[in-house]
Design a binder for this molecule. Structure first.
Ligand SMILES: Cc1ncc(COP(=O)(O)O)c(C=O)c1O
Length: 384
């Protein structure tokens, strides 16, 4: 078995699942027009915040009667705002099949102390979506970033639901089709699929979610940072660019640049095609090599962004240290950065395949993965 290094290297070794690679055309001069040192409430700042909201609507195809707000604390902030502001009015079903979904379960059960129905599945699998009762509020993650398992579309979500659907879509938005008529609350953060900067989250509300906000007051106190209503009415300003507190205008400029780049590659369909091509290259590699496999067992649930892989070679003695060592070799060679599995996930690798990653870089990286695997098998044999 040869362990010669491949001749070609990826031009960009960034395959992190967040913050994700910047768009290929990014450089810092692109941010020169940022409204720095200006009030975000001045016309220039408000216009940029509004452009971020309307650009999001345009590219994601969010219906005109849905509200889009820029909120503090990234995707986590957006999800927490939704959970704390909306839940408690009726029964809640929590669906989780990896670390982030499990985190929302903990929040709802241990912090809000809601007696929720919890449905969980192991890493690589998904819960029984057919069993979900949409008389309840339902909280789920569209794409489980730490297991690489996503929902297979939105057909399982009832059109005539009485409860709300609350969807953490942070590693799905801009890479997967999101059926807005099925989603009442959708969240994501800038640092994910478009390769923006961390800091801010996006909260997208359907008319039914707004109606809940205006007709129901939770039993628990809400800090200012979570408050979406005042005197029983939605604070409309949050959804037109008047943020709850001070945003980073540098991060806003960066997001506006990312949205422009998204337009330049064909908008949402162009982004989906790029992610599909990237994930497809990894899937083909798994099909060709019997020592590696997708963690997501059912092809219908395999992510096209956070592709999680497991080593399946019987010669591997210690799965966790083997996977870490392979990731380390790829990092030391500057071939693939940040591709170790998430800390709570099974041992393996996670390759980000969102649209900011170039397929040519995925294709150049994969032979190096084979090289690192073989080198590590050899090292393990030598050490024995
Ligand atoms: C599914 C999911 N939810 C939430 C988060 C937290 O996102 P943020 O750090 O932007 O708040 C992440 C981050 O990777 C994620 O993948």
């Amino acid at each position: 078995m040869s362990i010669e290094q491949p001749a070609t290297r990826p031009a960009n070794p960034r395959f992190s699942s967040g913050p994700c690679a910047k768009p290929p055309t990014f450089d810092l001069t692109r941010l020169a027009d940022a409204a720095l040192g200006r009030s975000h409430r001045a016309a220039v700042g408000k216009d940029k915040l509004k452009a971020a909201i309307e650009g999001t609507r345009e590219i994601l195809g969010v219906p005109a009667d849905y509200k889009i707000g820029i909120v503090p604390a990234s995707d986590t902030g957006a999800v927490e705002m939704a959970l704390w502001s909306l839940l408690g009015e009726r029964k809640v079903e929590m669906l989780a099949w990896e670390s982030f979904g499990s985190g929302w379960v903990t929040d709802v059960v241990k912090q809000l102390k809601i007696d929720a129905e919890i449905k969980t599945a192991d890493y690589g699998q998904i819960v029984d979506l057919a069993s979900v009762d949409f008389a309840n509020d339902v909280v789920f993650t569209w794409n489980g970033t730490t297991s690489g398992v996503r929902v297979p579309g939105g057909d399982w979500i009832a059109d005539d639901r009485q409860g709300l659907t609350i969807c953490d879509a942070t590693s799905a938005a801009f890479a997967m089709d999101l059926p807005w008529d099925k989603l009442d609350v959708t969240t994501f953060s800038w640092q994910k699929v478009l390769g923006g900067e961390a800091a801010h989250g996006m909260l997208i509300l359907s008319p039914r979610a707004v109606e809940r906000l205006e007709s129901y007051t939770p039993a628990w106190p809400l800090p200012k940072i979570f408050r979406l209503t005042k005197g029983g009415k939605l604070i409309e300003g949050i959804f037109t660019g008047a943020t709850i507190n001070t945003p980073s205008m540098l991060a806003v400029e960066d997001y506006l640049f990312a949205l422009d780049w998204a337009r330049s590659v064909g908008g949402l369909q162009g982004l989906i095609a790029r992610a599909d091509a990237n994930a497809g290259a990894v899937h083909a590699f798994c099909a060709q090599n019997d020592w590696i496999a997708n963690l997501a067992e059912d092809a219908a649930t395999q992510s096209n962004t956070s592709v999680c892989l497991k080593f399946t070679d019987g010669r591997i003695q210690d799965g966790a240290s083997f996977a870490k060592a392979v990731a380390k070799r790829l990092e030391l060679e500057n071939i693939a950065l940040d591709v170790g599995a998430y800390r709570d996930a099974p041992a393996g690798l996670r390759i980000w395949c969102g649209g900011t990653v170039e397929t040519s870089d995925i294709e150049a990286m994969l032979p190096w993965l084979a090289w690192a695997f073989e080198a590590e098998i050899a090292a393990q044999t030598e050490a024995a």
